[in-house]
Design a protein around this ligand. Structure first.
Ligand SMILES: [Zn+2]
Ligand SMILES: [Zn+2]
Length: 168
């Protein structure tokens, strides 16, 4: 549970209250088949009481563990994701929202989970210029060249070369 306990008596108009949470990915159901988050996920931020709502603003820090799609290396990436969202007292929101403050508890678990998962790219690459594996011998090309001839001729060019050989 990631509930911010709001001491409303201390949180007057314009006043802020800070919060910090630490959890595992499993605790907030931030799990995927293609990667995981290792160690604690750290969440911190502030709640500000505005005239019409509670503004929740903060950052999520997580360490992503994955296998690179290109070179298959075991990889880690330290990530920081900002978030900002409005929460309302029941009946105070202008539009339909699930961001409702129930009593003194403001639950940001879903917000944190959705922010974290939505920030993940479709592909898991160890670094933007990852060179991948040699299609001939499987060598990791980030560690240097293996010397293989990886030139794959265009089939039409190959046919043309055959034709040229015959005419010689
Ligand atoms: Zn890679
Ligand atoms: Zn090779």
């Amino acid at each position: 549970m990631m509930n911010i306990h709001i001491a409303e008596s201390n949180l007057g108009l314009g006043a802020s209250q800070s919060f910090t949470f630490s959890c595992t990915a499993q605790e907030i159901d931030a799990v995927s088949d293609t990667y995981s988050f290792e160690g604690p996920i750290a969440v911190e931020g502030t709640v500000t009481r505005t005239g019409t709502n509670f503004r929740v603003k903060g950052t999520i820090k997580a360490r992503k563990h994955f296998v690179c799609d290109r070179c298959l290396a075991d990889s880690f990436e330290d990530q920081v994701h900002p978030f900002e969202e409005e929460f309302y007292r029941p009946g105070e929101a202008a539009e339909e929202t699930s961001n409702i403050v129930d009593g003194d508890e403001l639950d940001i678990q879903e917000l944190v989970r959705d922010t974290l998962l939505a920030a993940q790219p479709l592909s898991n690459i160890c670094k933007p210029d990852c060179k991948g594996l040699c299609p001939v011998c499987g060598h990791n090309l980030n560690e240097g060249d293996c010397g293989c001839d990886r030139f794959v001729p265009d089939p039409r060019m190959a046919a043309l070369q055959q034709l040229l050989k015959k005419t010689k």
